[in-house]
Ligand binder design. Structure first.
Ligand code: TXA
Ligand code: MG
Length: 326
């Protein structure tokens, strides 16, 4: 079992950061809170440490990881950020935006992190505990979401321990993550920006700074998709029935907004992501709600959620969670 530090308590926080830095330096993994979800953090320049992260998650080696750093300058040392990437960095860092840009070889990021690609995904988290850890460690940290590969992401320390407890040395418990869905991932082809994954920064905010639309990714039929883009991902054990307007016998209900589906009173268990219909509030509750309803029923009826703001990220996760498993 990992050492767990409650970062709301100043002494425990200082001790936790020191223990986490020591663990990263030894090539071990740390449960790191970020503003989006918890990450499974390892030294991005230590191939053995990165290999252990892939093994702990049971993650396919072809799916590259995000490199986390403490500042935009540190990000520029890892990735070559030309316009418009640098404009997005200036607008959204620190924050829930990941940029995929050409990798700088001198940064010595392990090839495992980038799955051998010549691009690297990089972000500067805004969470104060993540920032403090990254600044204290002083080197780039690779961190996928701290869940088993393909499973529901971790938004609390308890989720990290349930999924990966034996594989992490230290967990920094900063409570539930404030945004609740992963970062928005943007890639570039010349002047064009591509939305590789909807996430914590709404598409419209990115497009406003770009002054143009984000493109849909071009899928190369010959190349394997990154699992964030795989049809089945973020999946609970239960079956999901999307855009449900009524609740069937024995079903659990993932509700949204003030109007409940027909038969909602018969649901074996209900979580309303946001009774007032706020997609941001819904995002903060989303993954924990999936985990809870997964324990209650074999089928989860999911009420329609609008595609605006963080709703796009939630609907993206729901479609993948509902997709046939493969
Ligand atoms: O919010 C987040 O992004 C969280 C926290 C911990 O920072 N991290 C996270 O990591 O969600 P992960 O590994 O679950 O998702 C990383 C995503 C995947 O969809 C991966 O395919 C994509 O980033 N990615 C990483 N490097 C890439 C690259 N060079 N080119 C294209 N996609 C890349
Ligand atoms: Mg993930």
């Amino acid at each position: 079992m990992p050492e767990i530090y409650d970062t709301s308590e100043p002494d425990a926080r200082a001790a936790g950061i020191a223990a986490a830095v020591a663990a990263l330096s030894r090539g071990e993994s740390v449960g790191m809170p970020t503003e989006t979800v918890y990450g499974l953090a390892a030294d991005a320049c230590n191939a053995d440490a990165v290999a252990a992260v892939f093994a702990a998650k049971d993650r396919p080696r072809f799916n590259p990881l995000i490199v986390h750093v403490a500042s935009p300058d540190a990000a520029r040392a890892v990735a070559a950020l030309a316009d418009p990437a640098s404009r997005l960095a200036a607008a959204f860092w620190p924050g829930a935006l990941t940029l995929v840009a050409p990798k700088r070889l001198e940064a010595a990021i392990s090839d495992l992190v980038t799955a051998g690609l010549d691009t690297v995904a990089v972000r500067v988290p805004s969470h104060p505990v993540a920032h403090e850890l990254l600044a204290a460690f002083g080197r780039p940290v690779a961190a996928p979401s701290a869940n088993r590969s393909g499973h529901v992401s971790a938004t609390t320390a308890a989720h990290v321990i349930a999924d990966l407890g034996d594989a992490v040395s230290v967990v920094l418990d900063a409570g539930p993550t404030p945004i609740g869905v992963e970062s928005t991932v943007v890639g570039f082809a010349g002047d064009e920006a591509t939305l590789l994954r909807a996430g914590g920064i709404p598409r419209a905010d990115v497009e406003r700074v770009l002054g143009r639309r984000l493109l849909a990714p071009v899928v190369d039929p010959g190349a394997p998709l990154a699992p964030g883009m795989l049809p089945s991902h973020y999946a609970p054990a239960a079956r999901l029935r999307l855009a449900a307007t009524e609740v069937g016998p024995g079903e659990a209900l993932l509700a949204f907004g003030p109007t409940l589906p027909i038969g909602a009173e018969n649901a074996v268990e209900t979580v309303n992501l946001s009774p007032s219909g706020d997609v941001g509030e819904a995002a903060t509750r989303f993954f924990a709600a999936l985990r809870r309803l997964d324990r209650a029923a074999e089928t989860i009826a999911v009420a329609p959620i609008p595609d605006e703001g963080l709703g796009e990220a939630i609907n993206d996760r729901l479609r993948r969670a509902a997709a046939p498993r493969g």
